[in-house]
Design a protein around this ligand. Structure first.
Ligand code: ACO
Ligand code: ZN
Length: 168
């Protein structure tokens, strides 16, 4: 039997860790909602590397959102000259008919818990400067804009780097 641990429940929506069999529906949501796409191998490698922060939102057996992250070692976004272990949100999306119900926020919350379980001291991401919905969501959850990356995306748009610190 397949025992799934429910991390959080909001109405009829449950949050749980992603499983291999969820990768196809997750890829479908990504294809429909974001211009940045990845190979199935890449999704599988993120799931293998950091299952604690690869979370799906599910309603009646249907995946309606996901967040996936990886771990990196690099310079801190907060500590001057600090070298840290940090989480990186690679991608998050909620299908458009289920937005503004809080699912995006709880997905980020669970990813934060997941990277903390792996002793990351920060979590960061890149977001299109025009994506005001997402920027607002991240700010609401405690992320700050750290820098602007010129022409970060293939179509030439700039990105904000946003990050949240988990002081010990
Ligand atoms: N207008 C204004 N503010 C918004 C909007 C909106 N349309 N959507 C979200 N927000 C802000 C609000 O502050 C909101 O809080 P509130 O509802 O209390 O006002 C807050 O974000 C949280 O909203 P949620 O309901 O938790 O978020 P949602 O489930 O709608 O998901 C998400 C947000 C994931 C950004 C969704 O809009 C989406 O999938 N967008 C398309 C994909 C995308 O842009 N992903 C992020 C790319 S960056 C990256 O992946 C690292
Ligand atoms: Zn990134």
């Amino acid at each position: 039997m397949n025992m799934q641990v429910i991390l959080k429940q909001i109405g009829d929506c449950i949050l749980r860790r992603c499983e291999l069999s969820d990768i196809i529906p997750v890829m479908e949501i990504n294809l429909r909602t974001l211009p940045e796409h990845y190979s199935d191998y890449f999704y599988e490698s993120l799931l293998e590397e950091l299952p604690e922060a690869f979370i799906v939102a599910e309603i009646s057996g249907k995946i309606v959102g996901y967040i996936m992250c990886k771990i990196e070692h690099g310079f801190s976004n907060f500590k001057k000259l600090g070298f840290v272990k940090k989480g990186h949100v690679v991608s998050i999306a909620v299908i458009d008919t289920h937005r503004r119900k809080g699912f995006g926020s709880v997905l980020v919350d669970e990813a934060i818990k997941g990277v903390k379980l792996r002793q990351c001291s920060e979590l960061y991401l890149e977001v299109r400067c025009s994506n005001t919905d997402a920027v607002k969501l991240y700010e609401k959850l405690g992320f700050s804009i750290i820098q602007r990356l010129k022409s970060y995306y293939r179509d030439g748009e700039d990105a904000y780097v946003m990050a949240i610190d988990f002081p010990s």
